[in-house]
Design a protein around this ligand. Structure first.
Ligand SMILES: C[S@@+](CC[C@H](N)C(=O)[O-])C[C@H]1O[C@@H](n2cnc3c(N)ncnc32)[C@H](O)[C@@H]1O
Length: 196
């Protein structure tokens, strides 16, 4: 299974906040959507072996962890991912991990806790960073997770904590600073070549 964790310090965290409809003003939800599309969609189908995690720290009720794995029962349209995210946030209930639509969950969980829980399940996590080791030289197991930030990048304090723990590597997909969504496309392509 592949996982992507998309972190945003500004993406808004309630359905009501998103209901204004301007995704750019809602903490650049547009970047989250582009990244999700690169994570999950293929030309004629979906990547059912990918779980996409959004971790939003914007107003009014952070943090929110939204987890989506596409399955046959999920009705999803590329044109309306914003509405899907909004509906999932609307139906959030304090104190539970709630399945809102088939394969779509929402809960209150921090960035570090999401990573910790995946690691405990045997998923190897990598931080996507331009200065990291080339992805071409990295051994990647079948259970893997790639962590990326939005236009403001990843949270420095938490990333330093993860690096100090020694259990996580920084991986680069190339010498340029790419869009978040471009990094997801490149990682998916690398994993496809490796048959993972
Ligand atoms: C638009 S970039 C963030 C730019 C932000 N100003 C910064 O300095 O982190 C979005 C995310 O894509 C990932 N990224 C961008 N270029 C990368 C590269 N060359 N290798 C690996 N990850 C990269 C990082 O995770 C980054 O947080």
């Amino acid at each position: 299974m592949r996982h992507f964790i998309y972190f945003s310090s500004s993406a808004q965290t309630s359905g009501k906040a998103l209901s204004g409809g301007d995704l750019m003003k809602a903490g650049r939800i547009d970047i989250a959507i582009h990244s999700f599309i690169q994570g999950i969609y293929l030309s004629h189908g979906f990547r059912e072996d990918v779980t996409f995690h959004f971790i939003f720290y914007g107003i009014p009720d952070p943090p929110k962890h939204i987890e989506i794995t596409v399955c046959d029962d999920l009705e999803i349209s590329k044109k309306d991912i914003g509405t899907l995210i909004k509906k999932i946030l609307y139906k959030f209930r304090e104190g539970e991990k709630k399945e809102i639509f088939p394969g779509c969950f929402v809960e209150k969980k921090s960035f570090l806790k999401v990573i910790e829980d995946l690691t405990k399940k045997g998923v190897k996590c990598f931080i996507l960073d331009k200065k990291g080791v080339s992805i071409r030289d990295v051994k990647i197991p079948e259970e893997n997770c790639f962590i990326l930030g939005d236009h403001d990048g990843l949270p420095k304090k938490e990333i330093n904590r993860l690096k100090k723990s020694g259990s996580i590597e920084e991986v680069s997909i190339g010498p340029k600073m790419y869009f978040a969504s471009q990094t997801v496309a490149v990682v998916n392509n690398e994993l496809d070549f490796r048959g993972l």
